[in-house]
Ligand binder design. Structure first.
Ligand SMILES: [Zn+2]
Ligand SMILES: [Zn+2]
Ligand SMILES: [Zn+2]
Length: 99
């Protein structure tokens, strides 16, 4: 009778739940499910921007690039490196009634 063979030692145990495994790699990937606080762990070092996606951070960083093309407002001295921000500015400041 070898009914206990499947329960052989699982030395890697999760501290946060009952999960245990004999494969360290599985434990490491299991631990990610308890990792809720690490959401938005990527931070911009130049402003308060935070994200959990590397690609988002990368595109965010473009706004700090001094060589980036700027979009000035034609009606005031506002300028921005983000085209959508200029659009928002125009709509809000200069065309508040336009839909
Ligand atoms: Zn766990
Ligand atoms: Zn930033
Ligand atoms: Zn303006």
């Amino acid at each position: 009778m070898k009914t206990h063979d499947e329960n052989r030692a699982k030395p890697f145990k999760c501290k946060l739940c009952d999960y245990s495994t004999d494969n360290k790699h599985y434990l490491t990937s299991h631990l990610k499910i308890h990792d809720k606080n690490r959401e938005k762990s990527l931070k911009c070092y130049q402003c308060d921007y935070k994200t959990d996606l590397k690609s988002h951070l990368k595109s965010h960083m473009q706004i700090h690039n001094p060589n980036r093309e700027k979009f000035p407002c034609l009606y005031c001295n506002y300028e921005t490196t983000i085209r959508s921000s200029l659009k928002r500015h125009l709509k809000k400041q200069h065309y508040p009634n336009r839909v």
